[in-house]
Design a protein around this ligand. Structure first.
Ligand SMILES: [Zn+2]
Length: 301
């Protein structure tokens, strides 16, 4: 009886976020925590800048708020959740960042008090300077509620007697959103845009090779023909996945070209091929341009 009760206890603690990856040392480096709804969202939205921060010794953690257990056309449940956790860990190894996947069912995330506490604790444990998340008007309910949960934590991380088991933050982090294409009630407005040209191969490797179930195999909307047995066709399929993402990040460079110019100057901004961009959330610390350049220390390169 005793032996079986131990793993059960551990499982429930992990799902509450109590047993988290150890917090990084307080060494004066930046501390960034990114939230995505599924084990691939953070990598798509912030994999480039995440790898760039990590290469400079800053501390980056990517958290998937659900376990992704319905994110495939052929498989589901516990085996898929385990597979996707392993994929996220492989992707995050390629990017040089820390990974955590919470054990909440895919497609069932709700903005509950319990989840607000979990997100608050994770931000506090990481002692974050920057918190990234989707906007709360994204298309997928899990993305929306991830955005809501992070917004709900944005003030509470500083309140001493909310979750008093984890020390509150004396400095409110900067909260920022990932880009999306949704226009109503308001479109994404970039406050900073970053060239990810120097890490594009790492990012494409993470998406194409590590997160295989989602892109190479097509995720929830895939089908068997995406997985040919002929090695030449497999290579073609990998090229197709990489080409899709190259275009996506090229399109972002086009879309955010004027913001790139504000940070890099006109001539350098023109040569940027691939970009990521973020919008400052109105909750949390409001950085000015100089503070943004300290938080994204990439513009003098
Ligand atoms: Zn997602």
């Amino acid at each position: 009886m005793k032996r079986s009760s131990v793993p059960l206890l551990l499982t429930s603690m992990v799902s509450l976020g109590v047993v988290a990856a150890p917090a990084p040392p307080e060494d004066g480096k930046l501390r960034i925590i990114c939230f995505g709804a599924h084990p691939d969202d953070c990598e798509i939205q912030a994999g480039g800048v995440g790898a760039m921060w990590a290469a400079k010794g800053h501390h980056v953690k990517l958290v998937s708020v659900t376990n992704g257990d319905i994110g495939h056309w052929r498989e589901a449940g516990g085996p898929l959740a385990r597979r996707r956790k392993a994929e996220a860990e492989q992707a995050d190894k390629i990017l040089g960042v820390t990974s955590e996947v919470l054990d909440i069912h895919d497609g069932e995330l709700l903005p509950t008090l319990e989840n607000r506490r979990t997100i608050t604790r994770l931000i506090r444990e990481w002692k974050a300077d920057i918190v990234l998340s989707p906007r709360p008007n994204d298309y997928h309910p899990d993305h929306r509620y991830t955005g809501i949960l992070v917004q709900d934590a944005a003030y509470m991380v500083t309140v001493p007697f909310f979750c008093p088991d984890v020390p509150y933050l004396k400095n409110n982090p900067v909260f920022m959103y990932y880009p999306d294409g949704f226009q109503k009630p308001n479109p994404f407005q970039p406050d900073v845009a970053i060239s990810i040209d120097s890490v594009i191969k790492q990012k494409l490797d993470a998406l194409d090779i590590a997160l295989e179930s989602q892109f190479y195999e097509g995720g929830a909307n895939g089908y068997p023909e995406l997985m040919p047995s002929d090695p030449a066709k497999q290579k073609e399929r990998h090229q197709e996945v990489r080409g899709h993402f190259e275009k996506r990040f090229q399109d972002q460079a086009e879309r955010f070209r004027s913001k790139l110019a504000e940070f890099y100057g006109d001539s350098k901004a023109k040569s940027v091929r691939y970009a990521e961009a973020f919008e400052i959330c109105e909750y949390g610390k409001q950085p000015n341009q100089d503070e943004l350049k300290q938080l994204f220390p990439f513009f003098g390169e």
